[in-house]
Design a protein around this ligand. Structure first.
Ligand SMILES: Nc1ncnc2c1ncn2[C@@H]1O[C@H](COP(=O)(O)OP(=O)(O)O)[C@@H](O)[C@H]1O
Ligand SMILES: [Mg+2]
Length: 227
């Protein structure tokens, strides 16, 4: 049963990690739908498969069984790099900006890697910064000069710089204080509701999860009743 209107449809997803010593069944049977213009929280205990689910949606590896449909098309039939470039933006707990580079250079590098061409990069970067609540003076700053909240804003700007329609955020507020955590979640929420992104955020915080349109809970590699 596919939900035709879903941007992303995860169907009976199964994924194992195989090490010499053991096989870990990280995803046992996950079926979830994600729509454009919505923000989702994925919650669950440590080890329940949340990061693995995001990795599979990001196209980092193939499922062992089941499928992920993107606009109805099977992800396993697409070239993963092309899919990622076109569709996926990622935000991480530790920001993952390149410390030697300025704010602008960090964003421009991501655009270059994605092959995203833009006539006036300078003003495009300023528009992105404005979108995440940073004025144009930030463009030339080294990212290491910025606070955690500011770095995460830059990471969000970078994630949307290539017009990805799927934003994956794995505990994006894990390193932030309460005020900045809320600010980042509000920002991601606006990306969904104002720009039509499909935002999927893993979080430990039920309070932040409750700001999302829908909460999905994983337990032992399966999705359990929605909260
Ligand atoms: N690279 C890996 N190699 C082996 N096992 C892994 C690897 N990554 C995650 N796991 C295991 O897979 C399960 C799910 O992990 P993960 O998706 O990271 O959970 P969560 O993000 O919910 O904490 C856990 O048992 C974890 O130990
Ligand atoms: Mg995780």
């Amino acid at each position: 049963m596919n939900n035709e209107s879903a941007l992303l449809s995860v169907r009976h997803a199964v994924y194992d990690y195989r090490t010499k010593a053991e096989t870990v069944h990280a995803l046992r049977d996950v079926s979830l739908d994600f729509h454009a213009g919505m923000m989702y929280a994925v919650v669950g205990r440590s080890g329940s498969g949340k990061s693995t689910l995001l990795s599979m949606i990001a196209g980092f590896d193939r499922l062992k069984a089941g499928e992920i449909l993107v606009n109805g098309e099977n992800l396993s039939k697409m070239d993963p790099e092309t899919y990622r470039r076109k569709h996926v933006g990622m935000v991480f707990q530790a920001y993952h900006l390149i410390p030697q580079l300025t704010v602008s250079e960090n964003i421009r590098l991501a655009m270059e890697i994605a092959g995203y061409v833009c006539n006036d990069v300078h003003s495009y970067v300023n528009t992105l910064l404005e979108k995440v609540g940073l004025d144009a003076s930030y463009a030339k700053k080294r990212v290491t000069r910025l606070s955690g909240g500011e770095q995460q804003r830059v990471a969000v700007a970078r994630a949307v710089s290539t017009h990805a329609d799927i934003l994956l955020a794995d505990e994006p507020t894990g390193n932030l204080d309460d005020e900045n955590a809320e600010m980042i979640v509000d920002l991601l929420y606006r990306m969904a509701h104002e720009d039509g992104k499909c935002v999927i955020m893993v979080t430990h915080s039920l309070e932040l999860a409750q700001k999302c349109d829908q909460i999905y809970r994983l337990a032992g590699g399966k999705n359990v009743a929605e909260v």
